[in-house]
Structure formats: structure tokens, C-alpha cells
Design a protein around this ligand. Structure first.
Ligand code: ADP
Ligand SMILES: CSC[C@H]1O[C@H](OP(=O)(O)O)[C@H](O)[C@@H]1O
Length: 400
């Protein structure tokens, strides 16, 4: 195969066969497409012994909108390269890349089908003890080893260049920081929320804080981010936590990924009001989500400071208190980005099933209002948090 073509099931099998080595020569392959994300095709290819791989292919447009929204195929290269780099420093929590072909925009991945997508599990009220610790480890390790504290200045700048991802970044810039606050035809939300949305758009302090967060996203190449670290990008079971889908990867503000992750846990927190009717069970789920956020913040801070102390090479780390100052800035950013994720997932283009699939209309509206209010308060007060504990206390206080 030479020029790019979008695959169907037969072409996906034909492609795997041209590669050799993915399956034994006598393999009898079957294939189906089951992608449920916003952007790409995802095929599972299985042999007669139930061995399987995942073939992910980028389309030249956004799948959820169609050909009217063209998108670069280069995102497949970015995704595979980010997975490889993150996998080198944090293999336990990164899906493995088996093959990548930039021309066909195809990546072959290990099949994580024995695990489950975190969002689905949280929606069903299931919990995972290691989640906060594992996500903190992935975020701290992948960001530290792709920051100025570890890379040489030359290597860092070359990497920033190769991970320049303007079209995918533009999606985030618009969906996170413009659409909810300026209005856009892409937004959608129930009529009953119009009053809340109008108020949000008239809140000058909020819009100032959002402008600062957007500026940070545009102009702070601190480390190689995942770029879309929500609970639909995580496969989990009781012992395993693995990230998939970093096609939005670029060098950006480290707090963005941490904020996206925590924001999705808080969206689920808000949604549980409409999902679990029994008060004690709902309390248990809320306690679990808050504990996971607390662990994630603490572990992220501890691991970042340990990595700086043990492997940091930049001279600024000799300055007393600088590493702590830097991490404090990441945590403040994370709280702000967390709030912006909550707002854009409630009223913007791309929603979350946590909220949208609440059956009862009144309960759904209550959960959506809570998500909007919590998101706003976090954005407004993020910069007042002078410590990890202050970040956590802010989250607790805005949920009450
Ligand atoms: N390595 C994998 N193993 C098993 N299933 C996968 C794998 N990667 C993706 N999937 C499935 O495909 C879905 C969409 O994948 P994703 O990478 O999120 O696509 P998109 O980029 O379109 O959002 C996931 O929700 C998951 O169900
Ligand atoms: C038009 S892209 C919208 C939205 O979709 C991405 O998520 P995913 O690919 O995981 O479904 C990303 O969050 C974008 O903001």
C-alpha cells in the first residue's frame, strides 16, 4: 500500500498481512471496527487462537463531525511518538506501540480489551484503589523526563519542534477557552441552563482567569503532555492503569493533564448525585473520588520533587525552594484547567457520558449546574492555593 486510504475491515486485515510478524503465518484473521472516540477509526484484529491487536487509523477529518471538519493525519505520528516516549519512561502506565506507519496514519497497539475504560467503570460506581497513585506516577514521570529540568536545552527544543501539533492544539484552545465563554454554534446544553451560561459569560473575573489559562496553554512549553488525559483515555482494572490516545500531545503547561484528570473525577462526582440514589452508597463513591484526587495531588508533588532531587540537571534546581515553587505553580495551573475541563464538558461541543446519560431530567440538570458552579469556583480561586493541601481544601470547599 502506498498512498493513504481509509481502511475498512478487509483493508485492515490486508495491511496487517503485508507487515508480517504480527501474527503467525497460518493465522486466520477476523476484524471489526469499534471506535467510539471523537476522531479516529479503531479496529480489533483477532486470529483463530483469540490473539489480537488494535489497529488505530486517523481519518483526514474529525469523525464526530464529518468531512466538513478536516484534520491533519500528522496527529497519528504525534500520538505514536508520544506513546513511545512516554512508554520509555513509564511503561507500566502507557499502552504499547507495536508498529507505526505515518503514511497510512496507522498505529498498531497492544490490545487492552481485558481492561475497562475508567469512565465506564466510574459511571457504574466501581472503584480502583491504585488509580490516584498510578496516574500521579505517569503524569510526574512523563512530564519530568520531558522538561527543562532533565533534557538538555538543545534536545528539549528539538523535541518541542517535532511535537508541534497546531491543529489539535487549536481544537483545545477553542473548545476549552473560547466556546464556553464567547458562545459558539458548537456548544450545546439544555434550555434550562441558559441563565447559568449567560451569567458565566458576564463574569469578568472568570473571563480574566480563563484568558490567563489560555495564555498558559498557548505559551508554556514546560513538558511533553498527553494532551487529553480524561477518564475515557484510561484503561483500568484492580491492578493495572494504562493511558491511551495522546494525539493532542504537545509541549505545554504540565498542570493541564493533571487538571484534565481531576476535572473528570469531579465531573463524575457531580454526576453521582443523579446516578446513585442510595445516600450511603453515593457517599462512599464521593469519598473514593475525593481520596483519589488527594492521593493524586500528593503523589504528583512528592514524585516531582523526588525526581528533581535525584535526576534534575538544570542549574535552577540549586536555588533553594525553586523546585517547590515550580511544583506549586503546576498545582495552581491544574486547579484552573480542572475547572475549565468541567465547564467545557458540560456546555461545549464534547460532553461526558457521566452527566449526559443521567436518565432523570431534573437530576441531570442539578448535576450539570453543580459542575458549572464547581468549575467556575476552581478557576476563580486556583491562584490563591499556596500548597497541595490548599488545592485539596479548595476542592472540598467548592463541593459543599
Ligand atoms: N489499545 C487498545 N486496546 C483496546 N481497545 C482500545 C485500544 N485503544 C483504543 N481502544 C478502544 O477504542 C476506543 C476509541 O479509542 P481512542 O484512542 O480513544 O480513539 P479517539 O482518538 O477517536 O478518541 C476506546 O474507547 C477503546 O474502547
Ligand atoms: C472534535 S474533538 C472533541 C474532543 O474529543 C477529544 O476527545 P477523544 O478523542 O478522547 O474523544 C478531545 O477531548 C477533544 O476536545
Amino acid at each position: 500500500m502506498s498512498a493513504y486510504q481509509a481502511f475498512d475491515n478487509e483493508k485492515a486485515i490486508e495491511y496487517i498481512n503485508t507487515l508480517g510478524g504480527m501474527f503467525p503465518p497460518d493465522a486466520k484473521l477476523s476484524c471489526y471496527e469499534f471506535g467510539d472516540g471523537n476522531l479516529n477509526l479503531v479496529f480489533r484484529i483477532t486470529d483463530q487462537h483469540q490473539r489480537s491487536v488494535i489497529l488505530k487509523q486517523a481519518l483526514p477529518y474529525a469523525r464526530c463531525v464529518g468531512e466538513s471538519w478536516p484534520l491533519t493525519l500528522d496527529r497519528a505520528r504525534i500520538e505514536a511518538s508520544a506513546l513511545r516516549r512516554h512508554g520509555e519512561v513509564c511503561p507500566d502506565h502507557t499502552v504499547q506501540v507495536l508498529h507505526h506507519d505515518s503514511e497510512q496514519a496507522v498505529t498498531i497497539l497492544e490490545d487492552l480489551g481485558h481492561l475497562s475504560i475508567l469512565r465506564t467503570e466510574l459511571n457504574a460506581g466501581r472503584t480502583f484503589t491504585n488509580l490516584g497513585r498510578d496516574v500521579a506516577r505517569y503524569l510526574a514521570t512523563t512530564s519530568f523526563y520531558h522538561s527543562d529540568f532533565y533534557l538538555t536545552p538543545g534536545d528539549k527544543k528539538a523535541l518541542v519542534q517535532s511535537f508541534t501539533n497546531p491543529q489539535l492544539c487549536a481544537i483545545t484552545e477553542e473548545l476549552f477557552f473560547d466556546d464556553p465563554y464567547l458562545g459558539s454554534e458548537r456548544n450545546h446544553y439544555p434550555e434550562e441552563l441558559h441563565g447559568e451560561v449567560d451569567k458565566l459569560r458576564q463574569n469578568a473575573a472568570l473571563k480574566l482567569a480563563i484568558a490567563r489559562l489560555k495564555q498558559g496553554f498557548l505559551s508554556s512549553p514546560q513538558a511533553l503532555l498527553h494532551g487529553d488525559a480524561h477518564s475515557g483515555s484510561l484503561f483500568v482494572d484492580d491492578t493495572t492503569t494504562k493511558f491511551i490516545d495522546p494525539e493532542f500531545a504537545f509541549f505545554g503547561p504540565i498542570g493541564f493533564d493533571l487538571g484534565s484528570f481531576i476535572g473528570n473525577l469531579l465531573l463524575n462526582f457531580c454526576a453521582q448525585h443523579g446516578r446513585i440514589s442510595e445516600a450511603s452508597k453515593r457517599r462512599d463513591m464521593h469519598t473514593y473520588l475525593l481520596r483519589t484526587i488527594d492521593i493524586c495531588l500528593s503523589e504528583f508533588e512528592r514524585q516531582w520533587l523526588d525526581l528533581c532531587a535525584q535526576h534534575g540537571s538544570d542549574g535552577t534546581l540549586q536555588v533553594a525552594g525553586y523546585a517547590e515553587h515550580f511544583v506549586r505553580g503546576i498545582l495552581q495551573d491544574a486547579i484552573g484547567y480542572c475547572g475549565s475541563e468541567m465547564i467545557r464538558r458540560t456546555i461545549g461541543l464534547a460532553h461526558v457520558s457521566d452527566l449526559d446519560e443521567i436518565e432523570d431530567t431534573e437530576a441531570r440538570l442539578r448535576a450539570q449546574r453543580l459542575a458549572l458552579e464547581v468549575g467556575q469556583q476552581l478557576i476563580l480561586h486556583a491562584r490563591s492555593c499556596q500548597s497541595k493541601n490548599a488545592c485539596y481544601q479548595l476542592i472540598i470547599s467548592v463541593l459543599q
